[in-house]
Design a protein around this ligand. Structure first.
Ligand code: NAG
Ligand code: NAG
Ligand code: NAG
Ligand code: NAG
Ligand code: NAG
Ligand code: NAG
Length: 666
């Protein structure tokens, strides 16, 4: 009688899922809401293997005893439901973070027909496998009404040799994605998709992850399909066996060995690809014309700003014997009666780089609440300073413009109006960078997971995001928060320049462009600060030692160090030529700087902006991957487009996932 062995089988299947759900509970404590495919593979494979080994020892089912679905099959099915829940759980988590599908990827490849072709196959095969997987889940959902023959047909169809069997489809899928075992990994579709992601700004912008994370996620997606196929095969053999159609030991062993071979091969490809794939994540610009001051970017103000002044006010003799070009670093010394200086706020700092453009002009001043002095300047020779966005000369001045004219001085001289740059520290000039340390709450095992610039009380800070470190380099996603700013006021008596903050000046206004990354995979970032070396502002990063297996920082008070680029080799200066405001581009910026370079804050283009702004601007968007990940480096770089001032922004270096694959799984 079936009942006898049925009970035994039932017992075993229940045991199987007991094991699996125990492991699931255990692992969910650890993995929390992070995604990890390697762990899932290990859990599923080992539990399914254990189960089958037990089932194998039982007597066979009886093929004469079929008409109604028996309790066994019902149980097989509800067990499948549990396995499926486990998979969906991971899938859901992944979908939250990784929205890219075969279809969206295919769009990116319109130019490369060979890849597109392969992607189409991959898409078709994936659809067939997933459709059949859904059938299996549906049988389960409606198990009370499913005819046992339907189930048996499904199982036979799934395992029967031939081009529509699941086993065959899985082989095909694997070969399309990872190539043949003897081929070079770089030639596989997988490797090509990763390279394409790494080189394509648009793809990088669409999904917030480093190229290495992308590779890992692609691998996860492909492996989930592999696992679903594998479960269908296991399920089918169990069903067929229960129908008394054979013991299928040989077939099972073969099926499993192929599954293992594919898994090993795909992991080997993943390892090879990860070894050369980049780990940098940087944040793209918002769409053109969606830049918002204070939200996506911010500015240094009135550092070196276009300023119109007459020669007579630039020397102590109130004379006009020289030319504009002779005034390179002076102060405003007076104000002639009835002249323009009475109608504009005087430059209260130093006046640099004067030049003569034309004698007479109309000056349109900005409102007092603006960081600009002028909207535009229109010279009588028709030269216009601040051509508006579309290049159309919009000469409407809402405040009414000032007529500004040079005049004769004795017989031979003229008192010219010069166009200079005003360096004017004061309440309207935001030019500070905090020099204070920012540390993650390492006592609570929190490490740095992201960064952003933020302007607070006129001071730029590099604010850091922190999260709790878990085993395997994972981060507890519900523990993420931005480390509260140490807010301070530069005017407070206890706050000192060079100690609490750095004030940019004409002489000291450059930012070092570096990426500070730990070479040692046992180090993660736990802090950062700016410092000033040779008048250059640059980044230092704090690293702490941790244990990958336990996910604990190892005595971080002791095992932490600060690293920075101490510029042993001279830094290379990056120049901006006649830069327009970066918010005026119609294309997105791309990273333009390399390590050990620096760039000065300068005034914006005279023609494009009347030199009213300070560039580069500063990108203040969050730089965090999704999901957040432990990071082993932090950097400051410059991104932009030719002809525009671009942005300074932070970038992060994600933890080396290769390290994860090298570790024994626990
Ligand atoms: C694989 O191909 C890459 C680039 O085409 C090449 O640099 C590498 O040496 C090749 N590896 C092997 C093992 O042939
Ligand atoms: C399974 O069947 C084969 C032949 O049909 C037999 O040789 C083998 O011993 C059986 N295995 C078990 C575990 O019953
Ligand atoms: C600045 O002041 C002008 C006139 O008082 C007003 O129209 C404008 O909206 C103000 N701009 C800002 C940014 O407050
Ligand atoms: C993750 O963080 C949340 C919020 O801090 C906490 O409640 C939860 O226990 C953490 N989970 C793990 C696995 O540490
Ligand atoms: C990383 O640093 C730790 C502590 O200094 C050291 O024990 C370990 O050997 C280093 N690992 C590598 C790969 O250098
Ligand atoms: C990490 O922790 C595990 C478990 O406590 C321990 O076995 C292992 O030796 C530790 N590794 C290092 C590098 O400290």
């Amino acid at each position: 009688m079936r009942l006898h062995f049925g009970t035994g089988m039932l017992f075993l299947i229940l045991r199987l899922f007991e094991i699996m759900s125990v492991e699931r509970v255990a692992s969910s404590n650890i993995v929390a809401d992070t995604v990890d495919i390697i762990k899932l593979i290990h859990e599923l494979s080992s539990s399914l293997l254990k189960a089958w080994n037990l089932i194998e020892d039982l007597p066979l089912g009886n093929s004469n005893d079929i008409p109604l679905m028996n309790e066994n099959q019902r149980q097989i099915m509800s067990s499948i439901e549990q396995v499926n829940n486990q998979i969906s759980n991971l899938e859901e988590k992944q979908a939250e973070y990784f929205t890219m599908t075969i279809e969206t990827l295919k769009r990116e490849f319109h130019a490369e027909s060979e890849l597109t072709h392969k992607m189409t196959y991959v898409g078709d095969i994936t659809r067939s496998i997933l459709q059949r997987y859904r059938d299996m889940i549906d049988y389960n959902k409606y198990k009370d009404n499913v005819n046992p023959y339907t189930l048996r047909n499904f199982a036979e169809w799934t395992v029967k040799p031939g081009p529509s069997s699941i086993g065959y489809l899985l082989e095909m899928l694997h070969t399309y994605i990872y190539g043949e075992a003897e081929n070079n990994a770089t030639q596989s579709l997988f490797a090509k998709l990763v390279s394409s992601y790494e080189s394509d700004v648009e793809q990088l912008c669409a999904s917030n992850r480093s190229p290495q994370q992308f590779a890992y996620d692609m691998y996860t997606k492909a492996t989930l399909i592999e696992i679903k196929g594998y479960i269908m095969l296991e399920f089918s053999w169990m069903v067929l066996r229960d129908f008394g159609l054979g013991n299928f030991t040989q077939q099972m062993l073969l099926m499993r060995s192929k599954y293992q071979q594919r898994l090993q091969h795909s992991q080997q490809i993943l390892r090879q690809v990860l070894a050369y794939t980049g780990r940098i994540y940087w944040r793209c610009d918002p769409r053109p014309r969606e830049h918002v001051l204070g939200k996506t970017y911010d500015e240094i103000t009135r550092l070196m700003q276009g300023y119109v002044e007459n020669e007579i006010n630039l020397n102590t003799e109130s004379s006009c014997y020289q030319s504009c070009e002779d005034y390179q670093d002076v102060r405003v010394t007076g104000c002639q009666k009835n002249e323009f200086c009475n109608d504009q706020p005087k430059c209260a700092g130093r006046v640099h780089s004067c030049r003569f453009i034309d004698s007479n002009m109309d000056v349109c001043q900005s409102y007092g609440n603006s960081s600009r002095r002028y909207e535009f300047i229109h010279y009588d020779n028709d030269r216009l300073l601040n051509i508006d966005e579309d290049g159309i000369q919009n000469l409407v001045c809402s405040r009414g413009s000032n007529r500004v004219k040079s005049w004769s001085f004795y017989l031979f001289w003229r008192c010219h109006y010069c166009f200079c740059l005003c360096d004017e520290p004061g309440p309207q000039s935001d030019r500070f960078f905090s020099l204070r340390d920012t540390l993650s709450d390492f006592k609570q095992n929190k490490i740095v997971t992201g960064a952003r610039f933020i302007k607070d009380q006129r001071i730029f800070h590099l604010q850091l995001q922190q999260g709790e470190l878990l085993p395997g380099g994972l981060i507890n996603q519900s523990s993420l928060d931005w480390i509260p700013l140490e807010s301070f006021d530069v005017n407070h008596v206890d706050i000192r320049n060079g100690f609490d903050y750095h004030e940019l000046t004409f002489e000291s206004r450059s930012l070092g462009l570096d990426e500070i990354t730990a070479k040692n995979d046992s180090l993660v970032v736990t802090g950062a600060r700016f410092r000033v070396i040779d008048k250059h502002l640059n980044l230092a990063v704090r690293f702490s030692l941790f244990n990958f297996t336990t996910g604990r920082l190892l005595n971080p008070e002791v095992n932490s160090l600060w690293l920075g680029n101490n510029a042993d080799k001279p830094r290379q200066k990056l120049l901006l030529k006649n830069p327009n405001k970066p918010t005026k581009t119609t294309v997105k910026s791309v990273p333009l700087s390399k390590n050990n370079q620096f760039m000065e804050f300068i005034s914006s283009s005279m023609d494009m902006d009347a030199a009213q702004s300070t560039v580069p601007f500063i990108d203040v968007q969050d730089v965090v991957t999704n999901p957040a990940m432990s990071i082993s480096g932090l950097g400051i770089y410059h991104k932009g487009k030719k002809g525009f001032g671009g942005f300074f922004a932070p970038k992060i270096v994600t933890f080396n996932l290769l390290h994860k694959l090298m570790q024994p799984q626990t």
